[in-house]
Design a protein around this ligand. Structure first.
Ligand code: FAD
Length: 287
């Protein structure tokens, strides 16, 4: 089922994100974790894609499995930074052959090993979006950054390029993680003002590893509110406490978003069924 169809339902949408295995050895573990998350019956699940494309067949296999075994629609991520046009054509055919109708069209991060980009025929996601649009009947999503993308000096430029992506054929957007809902509300106001009207899924990351999140957010430029930093400082070294606090913080963010009429919630559940379940249970009377 296409995400555009799911969005027509008369209730907010909850999705969970998982990532594929890096190799055959841990395939079974990932399959088990993603299966447990699928059993929670989110409205859809998204499966990430290795920036270099090395795990592309795993992304499709996990997506196919989730749709077939659990009847949960999937969104397959696709990056282009290290791909030729032929690679993309082949991957889109694979998606079509496996009845995967939703694609998240991404550029991917620039790899440290520049040799991985030798055959690349893409520079930005907008080119990939145009190719997907031309190649057939996919529902296409794109990424957006409430705190601004790390490579972009001016937020206004970032939004200008976002408009270009949407105009190229995006059906929806999913945000990078953010920890202060006011950052999202401000972003939504700014994009609506320049005429971006597609639905936006709010990306929520339940933080379970304090040290890791500080490093990630430093690199990505994501703003950490003082209240959140205090939680990480206090509980970051205690995995059980951090997990409980991280789920509680994410739940509170989601409830505030829903109360303010944000209708799409995307949880970065990171192959952790207990986190997806914790969030789902906390919202049992709300969603
Ligand atoms: P773009 O939209 O191309 O933007 C990249 C930068 O270029 C921005 O600074 C933008 O302002 C600028 N820009 C855009 N268009 C132009 C233009 N025409 N001219 C000049 N500048 C321009 N990475 C993965 O490897 N695998 C994944 O599965 C994955 N999933 C993700 C899911 C979500 C929801 C998000 C938010 C990110 C995800 N990423 C993933 C990370 C993403 O690939 C990186 O953030 C990457 O650096 C940018 O990708 P993009 O599609 O936003 O790029």
């Amino acid at each position: 089922m296409k995400i555009t169809e799911i969005l027509k339902h008369d209730k907010p949408t909850l999705s969970f994100e998982v990532f594929p295995p890096k190799n055959e050895v841990n395939y079974k573990d990932v399959e088990k974790a993603t299966g447990e998350i699928a059993k929670l019956k989110p409205d859809f699940m998204s499966i990430t894609y290795g920036a270099g494309g090395g795990t592309s067949s795993y992304t499709v296999n996990i997506a196919k499995e989730i749709q077939k075994e659990y009847a949960v629609p999937t969104l397959s991520h696709l990056t282009c930074m290290c791909s030729s046009k032929e690679d993309i054509k082949a991957q889109l055919k694979l998606l079509k052959d496996n009845d995967i109708e939703n694609v998240l069209a991404l550029r991917g991060d620039i790899p440290n090993d520049k040799s991985l980009m030798e055959k690349s025929e893409y520079t930005h996601a907008v080119e990939l979006i145009r190719d997907i649009k031309e190649s057939g009947d996919f529902c296409i999503g794109g990424a957006c950054y409430p705190d601004g993308h790390v490579e972009c000096e001016h937020k206004a430029d970032d939004i200008y390029f976002l408009k270009e992506k949407v105009d190229a054929g995006l059906d929806f957007l999913t945000t990078q993680m953010f920890f202060d809902n006011n950052v999202l509300y401000n972003f939504l106001y700014r994009i609506r003002e320049i005429g971006i009207t597609v639905p936006v899924f709010a990306g929520i990351m339940p933080v379970t590893n304090g040290k890791q999140i500080k490093r990630i957010t430093e690199l990505s430029g994501t703003y950490l509110p003082t209240r959140f930093k205090a939680i990480v400082d206090k509980f970051g070294d205690d995995p059980a406490a951090m997990k409980q606090a991280g789920i509680a913080y994410a739940t509170e963010q989601i409830i505030d978003l829903l109360a303010n009429d944000v209708r799409g919630i995307h949880v970065y559940s990171m192959n952790k069924p207990e986190i997806a379940e914790g969030i789902k249970n906390n919202l049992s009377n709300i969603l």
